[in-house]
Design a protein around this ligand. Structure first.
Ligand code: S3P
Length: 168
């Protein structure tokens, strides 16, 4: 069993992923944390020191690696769908679940941790930035996923139980 969560920054992938892994006795892999471990550097510093292209390369390489693992819940970075080759990989998978949160929910969730998110922290208007990024990515999340969960106004438990019903 392999469950892959996709969605925008702060859509709840990590919290939901950990809970599912815990409930099903699966290993949890957070791709951002894996990259930080490999690079021995925070995501923010990877962006600062090496740039986004370098990060995207590391992310794609890691995706190819984790996608072969068994009995895992994988939380991807919000920008994993920005590369078409990554969408192609995700489309080969059965349980790719898109946590679909709207701009309002995302702004609320992200407000306490903008600093950790290099693509948002330089922004004067975070709401506008999220709105623009989400618009340009939305169709990619849809194309890459097999199940879409509207997470607005739902707590973690509700999202988790919807996923558990889906995977049977
Ligand atoms: C990114 C999302 C982040 C992280 C990086 C870039 C993005 O992951 O990979 O800051 O482009 O949306 P989370 O979705 O886990 O915050």
């Amino acid at each position: 069993m392999r469950i892959i969560l996709i969605g925008f920054m702060a859509s709840g992938k990590t919290t939901v992923g950990k809970s599912i892994a815990n409930k099903l006795g699966l290993k949890f892999i957070d791709m951002d944390r894996e990259i930080e471990k490999e690079e021995n550097c925070s995501i923010a510093d990877i962006f600062k020191e090496h740039g986004e292209d370098y990060f995207r390369m590391a992310e794609s390489n890691l995706l190819k690696d984790v996608i072969c693992k068994e009995d895992v819940v994988i939380s991807t970075g919000g920008g994993v769908v920005t590369k078409e080759e990554n969408i192609d990989i995700l489309k080969t998978q059965k349980n790719v679940i898109f946590l679909d949160a709207n701009v309002e929910t995302l702004v609320r969730n992200v407000s306490s941790e903008v600093e950790k998110r290099p693509l948002l922290k330089e922004s004067f208007d975070v709401q506008k930035k999220i709105s623009n990024m989400l618009s340009s990515r939305y169709d990619k999340y849809i194309r890459a996923s097999k199940l879409i969960i509207d997470t607005n106004n739902k707590n973690v438990e509700e999202v988790v139980s919807q996923i558990l019903v889906y995977i049977g």
